[in-house]
Write a new protein. Structure first.
Length: 84
């Protein structure tokens, strides 16, 4: 972890970003008046959170196909379409 002051960060921003991108530095702390103000870290290329399937499983009652289709007219009216 490297700490740089604000003026140095302004003048060397391109170099600092390159260092973080290449992995030469894990993170760079930018300080203002000697106090940490910001952290420069790389963005992971494919940083996706794992999906958790079934979080709401059994939280809602099931619905039959007939009940589901019965709502078609109601939904059509919400969108300003006259039901058939």
């Amino acid at each position: 972890m490297t700490i740089v002051n604000m003026l140095e960060a302004k003048t060397r921003l391109s170099q600092l970003v390159s260092a973080v991108e290449s992995g030469a530095e894990d993170e760079i702390i930018i300080a203002r008046d000697g106090k940490p103000a910001a952290r420069l870290v790389p963005i992971a290329a494919n940083e996706k959170l794992p999906r958790q399937l079934g979080l709401l499983q059994r939280q809602f009652p099931g619905i039959s196909l007939e009940d589901f289709n019965a709502l078609d007219d109601e939904i059509a009216e919400l969108f300003g379409v006259k039901p058939e």
